[in-house]
Design a protein around this ligand. Sequence first.
Ligand SMILES: [Zn+2]
Ligand SMILES: [Zn+2]
Length: 336
Amino acid sequence: MILTMTKPLSVFRMLALVAALCILSLYSQVPQPNGANVEPGTLPAKWIAGGPKCMEETEWQIHEYNADLYIVRESGCTHYEKPFLYVIFGDEKVTLIDTGAGQNDIGRVYDLLVAKWLKRRNRSSIKKMVIHTHGHSDHIAGDSQFQNRPDIEFVPFDIPTIQKAFDIKQWPDSIGHLDLGNRNLEIVPIPGHHATDVAFYDKRTGLLLIGDTLYPGRLYVTYWDQFEKSIERIVKFTDGKVITYILGCHIEQTDTPYLEYPIGSFYQPKEHVLELSRGHLLELHSALIGLKGKPTRLAMRDFTIWPLGPAVLDEMRNTRKTVEDRLRTKMWNQTP
Ligand SMILES: [Zn+2]
Ligand SMILES: [Zn+2]
């Protein structure tokens, strides 16, 4: 009798113990919001955006995300693309990601930024590198300022060179690495917007720098099949990782949902913030699944999927010319 009473009780206790362990393990996966053990950083309330008075506007905005990571925005007064560039410092090496659009002096700006960082750190030198998110002209315009400089490790944007520089065994399926010294960037090939797109994941800050593949604006898709696979790949890559912000290279969206600035806009006084989250990536992923392989222009709240083709490129060229011509006449004194 005692035995028969003990048996069901111990089974119950065992079940209770398993349940308790399950709850504990769930709790261990959802820790308190403690910053997720990444280095925090800040983003500015406003970026330079091409005006209102181009005579007063600085050519570059240098924003300190934190002491070892900088975001550099090119002014719309220099080039309507106004790209974002990134400078990341490790203990051994610093890298500039992209070299801007149009006629610019990014070489001088990078040298100055590194010189100030060295002064701040009380150091005399650090190895310098220049790499790219992809090979479009608005990301490589300043390349000639770095090529052939003996103090710079310059990585051109062709796929074999990228693979070698980042140790990407199989393009585009393998993950590459860039060791900057106590800071190992993971590099994910994501072709589709361009043939050479890569994303950079910085574990130290939790930032995912994703180039022109996802940003608040028009996501131009050149190779639809590759784009779909790349989004699938980056969704899987980010699964279970801390992603503080997804940062792209442009803003073309206004701060009104579903509303964008037309291509060619220099001045964007009411632009969307730069930062997106993994939620936006999942939204893009699910939209692509919904389109079932059919390239379609589709506006989401914070970005638009834009498949490219000859007719679309013509449409973009015409819009850009009209907008640029109109804005150029008043770039010295635009209405805020
Ligand atoms: Zn691009
Ligand atoms: Zn671009």
